[in-house]
Design a binder for this molecule. Structure first.
Ligand SMILES: C[S@@+](CC[C@H](N)C(=O)[O-])C[C@H]1O[C@@H](n2cnc3c(N)ncnc32)[C@H](O)[C@@H]1O
Length: 400
């Protein structure tokens, strides 16, 4: 069987390339394209034999696309125009221009690719850019399926809810196709049965409890109503957390279908000291941190500001597992700065290392960064990347 010729657009550090390798599809990335020279250094380091174009996608001519003669497009267009936190510029955002250019080129190609996979943030599904994508795919004769998936559905303790579309040039539907629906599970998975066994000592026990939507695990999601405010009924316990939030976290940590974080962590050693939260950050942001321990089965989405901005960019690890959060945070506001710091330091809070985030994202152990790539750049690139296992599984569904 001839190798599937893959064009990787917006290639970043090569999450799609990794996923393709993991899917075991006989395939070859014939070209990868990204404007970001730092991301490209990392891509080259890991995939030295792949042709990598450092240029804008809208700078590639129709003739150049035709010459590549590809069978598959894998792409993660910029997500800022569609994030709920951003301004949601959608079609009017200049960062959408290259994606619209691809949609314009697609019907004009000499030979249409057989397969397309698109990844973007949650929010893309409600955008005009998505409507244009669907219109173009239908016009060209593709059958498609949309998804909203997070690595948690593969048992990975990390929330990263993302939009995916897979499209195939064929006359029949996919065997699992659900027209008009966005699937929130893989086609071979049953929806999870709601966990009912809530309870944290001393908290209200009788409420019937349905797990909060994954969406609420995303950074900056705030309270369940999305307003960032807590209702009167939802008084803070300690550390600005409500009963509902504590219950949700407790339920997630009791979900044995999800692995523990410790399976993804590096060994503790001296070099870990560089990842400990500085005093200033501890004092200023302690109440807003999402704190997890190695035995937790959850972490929030790691974004590009992780390790640099503290609030809402991803969970931090509490290495002193025997220290109770409640004992540290209860009445802490009454203490002097010095005393506060002493109490907070007992938690031994550190950032996840870039390697650990790469592990949670499913990058292989061989994946690495060139030495000259700074810590800030590593976090930034990983925050822009994707979960390899989720994409690998989608590629298998697409081509299976
Ligand atoms: C969401 S990230 C994709 C990350 C990638 N999938 C990975 O695994 O790292 C979007 C990427 O698109 C690149 N990009 C944005 N606009 C571009 C354009 N007009 N042409 C080429 N690359 C572009 C950015 O540099 C960034 O690396």
């Amino acid at each position: 069987m001839a190798l599937v010729r893959v064009l990787e657009l917006y290639s970043g550090i090569g999450g799609m390339h990794q996923a393709l390798a993991e899917s075991c599809l006989p395939a070859e990335v014939i070209a990868a394209v990204d404007v970001n020279t730092v991301a490209n250094e990392v891509y080259k380091h890991n995939f030295p034999s792949t042709q990598l174009w450092t240029k804008t996608i809208e700078g590639i001519t129709l003739a150049e696309f035709n010459r590549l003669s590809f069978d598959m497009i894998l792409m993660s267009p910029p997500c800022q125009p569609f994030t709920r936190i951003g301004l949601q510029g959608d079609l009017s955002d200049p960062r959408t221009k290259s994606f619209l250019y691809i949609l314009d080129i697609l019907p004009r190609l000499q030979r249409l690719p057989k397969y397309i996979l698109v990844e973007n943030v949650k929010g893309f599904e409600a955008s005009s850019a998505r409507d244009q994508l669907i219109e173009t795919l239908e016009k060209c004769g593709f059958k498609y399926q949309e998804f909203l998936l997070s690595p948690t559905c593969l048992g990975i303790p990390n929330s990263r809810l993302r939009y995916f579309l897979i499209a195939k040039l064929q006359s029949e539907l996919f065997s699992f196709q659900a027209p008009g629906q966005i699937l929130e599970n893989f086609p071979d998975q049953k929806p999870k049965v709601p966990v009912k066994h809530t309870v944290i000592a001393g908290l209200e026990k009788k409420r019937s409890f349905t797990p909060t939507k994954e969406e609420n695990l995303e950074p900056n999601s705030g309270s369940d109503d999305g307003s960032g405010q807590c209702s009167q009924k939802e008084a803070f316990l300690f550390k600005l957390e409500t009963v509902k939030e504590m219950e949700r976290k407790w339920n997630q940590d009791s979900d044995f279908s999800i692995q523990m974080l410790k399976d993804f962590l590096e060994e503790d050693g001296e070099e870990m000291s560089q990842y400990f939260l500085p005093s200033k950050a501890l004092l200023r942001y302690a109440f807003l941190l999402d704190i997890v321990t190695p035995t937790c089965r959850r972490s929030t989405c790691f974004t590009k500001g992780y390790g640099h901005y503290v609030e809402g960019t991803g969970s931090v690890l509490q290495m002193a597992e025997d220290v109770q959060l409640e004992s540290v945070f209860k009445s802490i506001e009454m203490l002097s700065e010095e005393e506060k710091l002493m109490k907070l330091s007992t938690l031994k809070l550190r950032y996840f290392t870039p390697r650990e985030i790469a592990n949670l994202h499913g990058f292989s152990p061989e994946f690495g960064f060139p030495d000259k790539i700074t810590m800030k750049q590593r976090y930034r690139l990983l925050g822009n990347s994707l979960n390899v296992h989720v994409v690998a599984k989608l590629i298998s569904f697409l081509t299976g």
